[in-house]
Every structure is written in C-alpha cells, then in structure tokens.
Design a binder for this molecule. Structure first.
Ligand SMILES: Nc1ncnc2c1ncn2[C@@H]1O[C@H](COP(=O)(O)OP(=O)(O)OP(=O)(O)O)[C@@H](O)[C@H]1O
Length: 684
C-alpha cells in the first residue's frame, strides 16, 4: 500500500537554476578559447522538470533478488556485477569474486555507477537496462560524459602552460609562490606525487582532476591567493563549473587495499597530511559546501574514514552531516580547536599531525549518550560562540541583533498580511544567506520559479535590471554559481511529495535551508475548518520533524487568519491552532501598518526566539527598483526589543545593553520609540 501510494505521486526532481554557459570567470582572457561566446537555452533562467520515483533500499534489494542479480551490502551503496561491461563479462562477474562487483547502486537514490565502464544513471535507467538486457547499455542509460569539448580544450591549454614549482626559472618567484600558499614546508616530492603545478600568468596553483585510471585530464582547479590585510584569501576556479566538478583530489594515489582514509576540505591540506603521516588522503571538491553522492562509490572501500575539514564549527558541522551519508559508524571527526588547526597549518606549526588524528572522535552516537560523549561538542560550541549562533545576515543587521543568526535544524514561521510583501522579503532574507554559502532550496507554490528568480536576481544585483540589460550576463553568471535550487512544484501539493523532495535535496545537494511559500498549498481541499486546522497541524509537525532530523532550517510562510484591518498581527494571528507557533523556534511577522507611515514602509517583528529569547521589531524600507528591503539609512527609528508578542512595549532603555538569555529582554536601540510603538490597543 505504502509502495503504491509513493508511486502515485509524480515527484519531480529539483534542479539548480542554471542556464548553459561557456565563459569561465576568474580565468585570464588570454586563456579563454577565442572571444567570449554564449549559448542560451530558450528561457534565460530555466527550472527544469524531471520525473523521479523515490525508491527505498528494500525496494532496490527486492528488485535485484527478483532478477537474480547477486549483490553485496556496502556502507552507502549496494555492489553488484555490472551489466555495462559486456554480456559475457556480466555472466563471468556473477560467478567471480567480490572485486568484480563493479556496479555501485546508491542505497538512498538508486543512482548507479559502473566503475569499469563509467556508465551511470538513475534507478529507472538501471531497471530499463536490466529488463532489456542483451548487449550492454541500452537507450536511456547515460554514459558518463567527458568534459565538454570547450572545457577540454581549456583544461589542456592551462595544464600545458602550467609548470612544476621547482621548474620555475626564477627561484625568487618559486619562493614567493610557496610563501603565498603556505607551502614552505611542503616538499617537491609531495608536489610531484600529487602532480601539482603552477600557472605563472595568474599566479595560481593548478590541481589536476584525472579520469579514473589516470588516463586523461577531466578538469582542473586553480587556486589563487590574494593578500587581504595581514592574511591571505584564496580564490578557487574550477573547470568544469563547480556543480560538475567532482574531483576527489588524490584518488589516483589510493590503492585498492587501503582501508583507511583522511578526508580534507582543501587540496593543500591533503598535501600536508600525506607528507607528514603517509596516510591515504583525499580532498573534497568543494570543501565543506557539499559531498555529492556521485563520490560515494569511491569511498566504499574504506573501513574507516577520518574527517579533518578545518578548524571551525562550520567544518565540524559539515563533517557530521557528511558522516551521515557515509555511515557514521565508520567515520571519525577531528574536532576543531586551538591545538588542532587545519592540516597545513599544523604542519607549518610543527605539530604532530598523527597525534591530532589520534584524537578524532567517533561520529556515531548511540541513542542514549552520556555527557562524557558530548563534552567535546559542548566545548566546541563554547569556543565558537559566534559560529554556534549561526550564519549572520549581511543585509539585515537588526535581524542579527535579535535572532543572532540563522541556525541549522530550526523551524521559522513567517507571516504577514496578504500582499504585504512576504514573498519579496523572504526572498531577500534567503538570498542573503545563500550568498554566504547556505545551500538553499525554494518551494514556491504560488508564484512561478521564473518570476521568483527574477525578483531574486534583481535583489542580488540591487538594481533594476531591465534598465541595464548589458549587465544581465554578468549578474546571471554570478547568480548561477549560488547554491540555490528550486522545486518545480506549482499549485496544490501533497506534503509527502514535498518532504520527499526536501529529503532528496538534503542528500544530493546538502541543502541546509528550505523555504516553503506557502503552507496553504499543502492543505488539500478540506472544506471544514476543523479539517483544515488538523491538516495544518499535521503539516507543521512534519516540517518540524524534518528540520530536526536533517539538521536543516525550514522557513515556512503561513497566511494569517482574517483579522480586522486595523489590527496588528500577533503570534496568535497565524492561521490555524497554536501548533505552528509552539513548534516554531522563531516567529517573524511582517507588519505593514500603524507603526510606520508612508507607502512602502514595513517593519519586521520577531515575536518568538527560542535561541535566546530576544524579541523585537525593526523597520524595513522597500525599494521598488531593486525590490529590496533595507534599513533606512538615516531613519530615526531603529531596532527595538520588546517585552512580549502582545505588543506591550518595554520602557525605553538608556543603555542599549542586551537582555540576553531570557524571554522578556527589553532594550530599545532607537532614538524615537514612539514612532515605532506597536498598537497596544490591539493586543487584547
Ligand atoms: N513594502 C512594499 N511596498 C510596496 N510594494 C511592495 C512592498 N513589498 C512588496 N511589494 C510589492 O507588492 C507585490 C506583492 O508582494 P509579495 O508577493 O511579496 O506579497 P505577499 O505578501 O507574498 O503576497 P501574498 O499574500 O499574495 O502571498 C509585489 O509586486 C511586490 O513587489
């Protein structure tokens, strides 16, 4: 029954908003293959649809058994003989030893990869191929595409121009390069072993991505270093673009017999680790941003995986999330801390990297843990208080003052009067986080993805793009590189299919913020108000559980109940029962009247904040050209922390000190509180 129900929903896959592009930013013009050229799909910013039926591990197992295909259970994949290496081989493989089980089927998605032929595809592709088997891959099965011709040309051009560091004619130049990248202690042998080169024209290190078997180059990563104050900022450019760059740097050096590996987030760290410990090490193609499931088959052989991703809380959180995909029981994590910097720094500080590795903590906790197992994590949070408070908004400093930041695993409920600008505001609020590396999935059920993307792009550029179309490409290129994904749903949807899609996004794209606009589109067509309230409670509960289980923040837009036009909204104005506000960690309300005068003005009220209790209100001013809400630069009225969500305003505080740690903190940072005084009459 369950199976039938699941199949009945046409779940559509989410795709990154990405047009086709050819130009490669970040590379010198001299390296581009001829004058800049562009190819477009029909729509400038398409959100594509692709039918996908979710599949479970037991369904995959049943299918394999039913078709007489032997398989072995792995950590994240099932291993089976591959039907894509020729029919005779396939029969031999069935009889043969485990080593020839070269087909890896992802247990979560059913996606497969044949390590021998490099055929890959979806679970449906695999089924189609098995059922029509005879002579190898059938139509519908995707053979891994090599790099696009243009990319290939560019990759070779750069690779051929790059030279090993020790071959640079000028020793001063080589010395400078080593200093810039912190490589003074990394030997030529190590650089040689990992085939690292240096591109003089851009002063970048070049890390190669070899095809399995090291038979050719699939791509490159260029790492540039720019001085920033006293420090150095690294800038990465990849070919192909980041979304398709799946290089586990160091893979050609891994032997089939290696049972342990250390994963790092930077190539430079892997060089340091390999040199000082001699252990097998790989670095993730996009650092702490994501662990694409396409890489999992390459990690199946390891009995133990140690994550040493960096020296801050973000690296630690990323490691915990990635460990889930790899099976936490085989994963250990190096805890960030003063004595445990990232590997390259540890090498440069002459610390023992082997000793640090020995302190790695198991990623797996039983259901019941003692404080002893948690104490290191608690210490990690205390050492990184700022990071524990979450990612801070760059455009909404007042939101930082109240909420402190955007944290994983929380549920935010957002409401406001009809047509007040909820979608427009939440779009900028999410975009702000996304530009800072928060992988974001949008579920926009009311307005189309094209319209939403247009709003977002305008907000991204902070300009009216229709008036400067010559800049469109520049902005669109930058926008494309954001870790932003859109569900292709429109109109009424079942909560099951939405949650399935969110789950998929967390697994495949490491999404850690989902925006649902809005909840009313999942409520079905219940006519009776009691049914509607029960339905809403169920949906809110499902999102709450999803956020907690997946360490993923969910922002849920809910319409308010019908109120008198002259009343301020409060937490109790959210449609439905009190469940939504009880389950939420944060409640935000976009208020559009009373407290401000003049068209376009709004203010944002934080009426619940579970993290540290600060609630309050601050003004927003709408800019019609850029569709952005920003804090009026010279506004007299500023953020005000208020006593409770009934709108009872606290006394004006003269000190402006924070009232952290309790629900009823009261601080007014404004100079003119009366101008933003909520309407106490309506508070009941
Ligand atoms: N502060 C504002 N002042 C004037 N116009 C605004 C303001 N905020 C948004 N708008 C405009 O109002 C229109 C509706 O905005 P939006 O769709 O964001 O509202 P909403 O609250 O999400 O609507 P709904 O209640 O239908 O979901 C848009 O054209 C938007 O550009």
């Amino acid at each position: 029954m369950w199976l039938l129900l699941r199949r009945a929903y046409p779940v559509r896959i989410l795709l990154p908003l990405r047009g086709e592009w050819v130009g490669r930013r970040g590379l010198p013009r001299s390296l581009a293959p001829g004058p800049p050229r562009r190819r477009y799909r029909k729509e400038a910013l398409p959100a594509l649809e692709m039918p996908v039926s979710p599949v479970t591990t037991s369904e995959i197992r049943q299918y394999l058994r039913a078709h007489g295909i032997p398989f072995q259970d792995g950590h994240s994949c099932l291993r089976a003989p591959s039907p894509f290496v020729g029919s005779s081989d396939f029969n031999n493989q069935k009889k043969d030893s485990t080593a020839s089980f070269c087909l890896f089927i992802d247990k979560t998605t059913g996606h497969f990869l044949c390590m021998t032929s490099l055929a890959e595809g979806s679970w449906e592709d695999f089924q189609a191929s098995v059922e029509g088997r005879g002579d190898g891959p059938k139509e519908g099965v995707l053979l891994t595409e090599g790099p696009e011709a243009e990319d290939r040309e560019q990759v070779l051009r750069i690779w051929n121009r790059a030279v090993p560091l020790w071959e640079l004619p000028d020793p001063e130049e080589a010395k400078l390069a080593r200093v810039m990248f912190g490589l003074t202690k990394v030997t030529d042998d190590t650089l040689k072993k990992f085939s690292v080169r240096y591109l003089r024209s851009t002063r970048s290190l070049v890390f190669p991505w070899f095809t399995p078997g090291a038979s050719g180059l699939r791509g490159l990563k260029l790492l540039g270093a720019e001085g920033q104050g006293d420090g150095v900022q690294y800038v990465e450019t990849t070919i192909p673009r980041p979304g398709a760059y799946h290089n586990l740097f160091g893979l050609p050096l891994i032997s089939r017999r290696d049972a342990e590996v250390v994963l790092t987030s930077r190539e430079l760290d892997s060089l340091a680790l390999s040199q000082s410990t001699g252990l097998p090490t790989l670095s993730l193609p996009r650092g702490t941003v994501c662990l694409p499931p396409a890489l999992l088959p390459y990690l199946e052989q390891f009995r133990r995986i140690v994550f040493w991703l960096g020296d801050d809380l973000r690296a630690w959180e990323a490691a915990k999330l990635f460990a889930r995909k790899l099976n936490p029981k085989r994963c250990s994590l190096v805890r960030p801390g003063n004595q445990q910097p990232r590997p390259l720094e540890a090498l440069n500080q002459s610390l023992s990297l082997s000793r640090i590795l020995r302190t790695a903590l198991p990623a797996w906790h039983k259901s019941i843990v003692s404080f002893r197992q948690l104490r290191e994590e608690v210490l990690g949070e205390l050492l990184n208080v700022e990071q524990a408070a979450g990612v801070r908004w760059s455009r909404f400093p007042d939101l930082n003052r109240l909420l402190k930041g955007h944290r994983k695993g929380e549920l935010t409920v957002f409401t406001g009067p009809t047509g007040s600008g909820k979608t427009t505001f939440i779009s900028e609020y999410a975009l702000d986080l996304c530009t800072q590396g928060v992988n974001t999935l949008w579920g926009s059920f009311e307005i189309s993805n094209v319209r939403l993307a247009r709003v977002m792009l305008t907000q991204f550029a902070v300009a009216r793009l229709e008036e400067q179309l010559d800049k469109y490409d520049e902005w669109a290129d930058r926008f494309e590189d954001l870790p932003l994904y859109f569900m292709t749903f429109h109109g009424q949807q079942s909560i099951r299919s939405v949650i399935d899609t969110m789950q998929h996004a967390v697994y495949v794209y490491d999404v850690c913020h989902v925006v649902i606009d809005n909840l009313q589109f999942m409520m079905g067509h219940e006519q009776l108000s009691t049914d509607r309230i029960a339905a809403q409670d169920y949906i809110v509960g499902a999102f709450r559980k999803f956020a907690t289980d997946n360490s993923c923040h969910v922002t849920l837009v809910i319409h308010p109940r019908k109120e008198d036009d002259d009343k301020e909204l409060q937490t109790a104005s959210i449609f439905g029962s009190a469940k939504a506000s009880q389950e939420a960690d944060n409640v935000l309300i976009l208020q559009d009247r009373k407290l401000v005068t003049g068209p376009g003005k709004r203010y944002l009220q934080v009426s619940k904040n579970r993290f540290d209790g600060d609630v309050g209100v601050f003004p927003l001013e709408f800019n019609k050209g850029s569709l952005t809400f920003s804090i009026p630069p010279k506004s007299k009225a500023r953020l005000k922390k208020i006593k409770d969500d009934n709108g009872l305003v606290a006394k004006k505080s003269s000190s402006g000190k924070k009232g952290a740690g309790h629900q009823n903190s009261e601080t007014c940072l404004g100079q003119d509180p009366s101008s933003f005084q909520p309407d106490t009459k309506s508070s009941g």
